[in-house]
Design a protein around this ligand. Structure first.
Ligand code: A2R
Length: 312
């Protein structure tokens, strides 16, 4: 089995590459030419998904049985500051990939990675949210991922392509960029422990409830869906239980040796926010039998340890 991870040098790509390799698969990853590092022990190809010709070259060289499309501008915050780039990479890039795959003589299974953010303004009575819920995206990043999902569905229907769409909710773990909330808090806590920062964690909206899953559980779901998912279908991936951001912060404070104060930073409050995002994961579970295995406390502990290593 030959698996290609497009956007494989990012946070999730590294975990997915490791997991697929552990399953005995041959793993190939792409990174954008400007990126310096990529997962160790895998074959690495340079690819900017805005270049269609290069996508075809890479496919022809690798001849994958499965393609995992992770390449994206993945930050909500950056989508506010740079909407054009976000739309180019997340929409145009995905259409480039699908167009090349449509004309490619082989028919690998393709997994398009979207986001739980696609649901946007979820009403309380719609929680936990299922795949058929209306999409009311509340930011540009979410719009691009909702668009990718709709485009994927069209390509699967119109051309009979073997595509699966996933909507992962918040996934966290060691090595995640601190533009994401849990990584940001852990980074600040580790800096404080090492005496490299005043003992204050600056936070945004702590009451928002989100569905957090360990990235190592998420990539297991990707691999299972690539094997067992139905073409043209969309699957939520999450723990199925929302927790308040405040609870994540409490777990961090409990596991940290330092005495830390918490202060609200106006700049960390997002222009649009949604009170509760919680995934209905019954479709994923029925298709694959997947269950999350890593407890949130464990994930937070591993993230803290990762950031201690960075500042040590
Ligand atoms: O932005 P960079 O330099 O870290 O590169 C990212 C890469 N990427 C691209 N790859 C090919 N062509 C492009 N034009 C392009 N622009 C960016 O995609 C990065 O290495 C990768 C995405 O990884 P992360 O930003 O670390 O996201 P993460 O957390 O691994 O999420 C993977 C997927 C994304 O589709 C998210 O939107 C979704 O899961 O939640």
């Amino acid at each position: 089995m030959r698996s290609l991870i497009i956007g494989g040098a990012g946070f999730v790509g590294e975990y997915l590459a490791k997991h697929l390799a552990a399953l005995g698969q041959e793993v190939f990853v792409t990174k954008i030419p400007a990126q310096q590092t990529a997962p160790a022990g895998t074959a690495v190809y340079d690819l900017d998904i805005l270049e269609q010709d290069r996508i075809l070259e890479v496919l022809q060289e690798i001849q994958p049985d499965a393609v995992f499309h992770l390449a994206a501008q993945s930050s909500v915050a950056v989508s506010w500051s740079n909407p054009q780039m976000t739309a180019d990479i997340n929409i145009k890039g995905s259409i480039n990939l699908l167009e090349v795959l449509r004309r490619y003589e082989k028919h690998p299974r393709v997994l398009l990675v979207g986001s739980g953010e696609e649901y946007g303004q979820i009403r309380l009575q719609e929680t936990p949210v299922c795949e058929e819920n209306p999409l009311r995206p509340g930011n540009l990043y979410a719009v691009t991922k909702a668009c990718q999902n709709m485009v994927g569905r069209i390509y699967a229907q119109a051309y009979g392509m073997d595509l699966i769409m996933v909507r992962p909710f918040n996934h966290i773990g060691p090595n995640q960029s601190p533009v994401f909330v849990a990584a940001d808090f852990c980074r600040q806590a580790a800096q404080i422990e090492m005496g490299k920062k005043e003992p204050v964690i600056r936070v945004g909206n702590l009451s928002a409830r989100r569905d957090f899953t360990d990235v190592r559980d998420v990539v297991r779901a990707y691999a299972l869906l690539a094997e067992k998912g139905l073409a043209g279908e969309t699957y939520n991936i999450g723990s199925g239980h929302a927790v308040a951001i405040r609870e994540i912060l409490t777990m961090i404070l409990e596991q940290s040796a330092a005495q830390i104060r918490v202060e609200v930073d106006e700049k960390k409050l997002r222009p649009v926010d949604v009170p509760v995002m919680e995934a209905d994961i019954s479709k994923l579970q029925e298709a694959t039998g997947w269950e999350p295995q890593i407890r949130l406390e464990q994930t937070v502990g591993d993230m803290l340890e990762y950031w201690r290593g960075v500042f040590r």
